[in-house]
Ligand binder design. Structure first.
Ligand SMILES: Cc1cc2nc3c(=O)[nH]c(=O)nc-3n(C[C@H](O)[C@H](O)[C@H](O)COP(=O)(O)OP(=O)(O)OC[C@H]3O[C@@H](n4cnc5c(N)ncnc54)[C@H](O)[C@@H]3O)c2cc1C
Length: 346
């Protein structure tokens, strides 16, 4: 079952499941990759929203982890071990998820900034002030251009924040007023409300298609995408440094970010088959990851390690932690039949 199917199934119950990676992924895949998305800033990621699992182990047994209770201190937390294990420890066949009441009021807004640093500064302020914002997404000028063209929107072409507020009518009004004041102080202009559900849906659909929109701006190119996440207080620093490097490289690029979480994706566009461009993009991507780790952040906020980021995992956690992961893998999958070679090599 995919996340969209689930939300369609429960539409009439007054509840919803908020985790929304850009793709209409399966719930098992989302649990396996510890996915998040635009709503994570308020509702958390799969780590916070999976209460329990049914898992088929490497030996073919079926185990259940967790309960429906909000908390438990019963033994090892196998749910959290499986969530994010990228299919290397077991096959997830059942997921017990936390659902949320549909908010009484929802309101979305966009705000433009003269430069990307000001947009990120505003985000940091919003989070540090404790505003329970539901979504806070950054699009750089290149991403805005791409979604304008792809989704036929007429957004002003400058860095922008796309935000959403959930709560009671009064709560949403209060959050929006606070955010508007913070944005204005950071130099935000043209604060605009998307008041109807249709307008909101159009904006968020465009945001979710930003990856494809970015790709269509440079036909014949492939993207090298980064997924770093840092403590929110260090976000302006890493984004500004990454933008300066990307500009200097001459490669086309765009940035979209779940900035409310301190997470952003910088996608370099490289000509298919052009080894030199690819090498430049990989080098820049590596520099960005090292910068994120130096700022006490991570090499992947949501996409996982897979094959490509195995070296970064060692840089981030240290060889001892990766060795402990190997020990777990050997104990739970002695024949190495579950996604062999993913996350780390044995
Ligand atoms: C366009 C696009 C946008 C995205 N945006 C975001 C985003 O904003 N936030 C975010 O967090 N992620 C994002 N992602 C990544 C996305 O979350 C993952 O690709 C998705 O969660 C994986 O689910 P899937 O069903 O596609 O699994 P697959 O791609 O099929 O598998 C992914 C991994 O999980 C394992 N796996 C799959 N199913 C199971 C199972 N039942 N049991 C055990 N292991 C399993 C696979 O072996 C594999 O290692 C994006 C991906 C795309 C393509």
């Amino acid at each position: 079952m995919t996340r969209e199917q689930l939300n369609r199934e429960i539409r009439d119950t007054g509840l919803f499941f908020p985790i929304d990676p850009g793709a209409n992924a399966s719930l098992g895949g989302m649990a396996a990759t510890r996915a998040s998305g635009t709503n994570a800033v308020r509702y958390g990621t799969m780590r916070e929203n999976v209460l329990g699992l049914t898992v088929v182990t490497a030996s073919g047994e079926i185990i259940h982890t967790g309960t429906r209770a909000k908390k438990s201190s019963a033994g090892y937390d196998l749910t959290r071990l499986m969530v994010g294990s990228e299919g290397t420890l077991g096959v997830i066949t059942g997921v017990t998820l936390k659902l949320y009441p549909l908010p009484e009021a929802v309101s979305a807004a966009i705000c433009h900034f003269k430069d990307i640093g000001s947009a990120v500064d505003a985000t940091i302020q919003i989070i540090q002030m404790g505003v329970p914002i539901a979504r806070c997404e950054l699009l750089d000028v290149n991403a805005v251009r791409a979604v304008n063209e792809h989704s036929k929107l007429g957004l002003r072409e400058s860095p922008m924040l796309l935000m959403e507020f959930h709560g009671s009518e009064a709560g949403v009004k209060e959050q929006a007023e606070t955010v508007q004041a913070i944005a204005a102080e950071a130099g935000g202009e043209n604060f605009e409300w998307a008041s109807t559900p249709e307008e909101r849906t159009r904006l968020w659909a465009a945001r979710h298609k930003a990856y494809f929109a970015g790709m269509t701006t440079h036909p014949g190119c492939r993207t090298v995408t980064t997924d770093t996440c840092v403590p929110i207080s260090r976000l302006t620093e890493i984004i500004e440094a990454s933008v300066a490097e990307a500009d200097a490289s001459g490669l086309p690029y765009y940035i979209v970010g779940h900035v409310g979480d301190g997470n952003f994706h910088l996608a370099y566009m490289v000509k298919d088959g052009d080894a030199k461009e690819r090498e430049t993009a990989e080098r820049l991507s590596m520099q960005m990851v090292h910068r994120a780790i130096a700022l006490q952040g991570t090499c992947t906020g949501e996409h996982g390690i897979g094959l490509h980021k195995q070296g970064f995992l060692v840089d981030e956690t240290g060889a001892g932690a990766v060795e402990m992961m190997r020990t777990l893998k050997r104990a739970l999958d002695p024949k190495n039949i579950l996604n062999p070679g993913k996350i780390f090599s044995l």
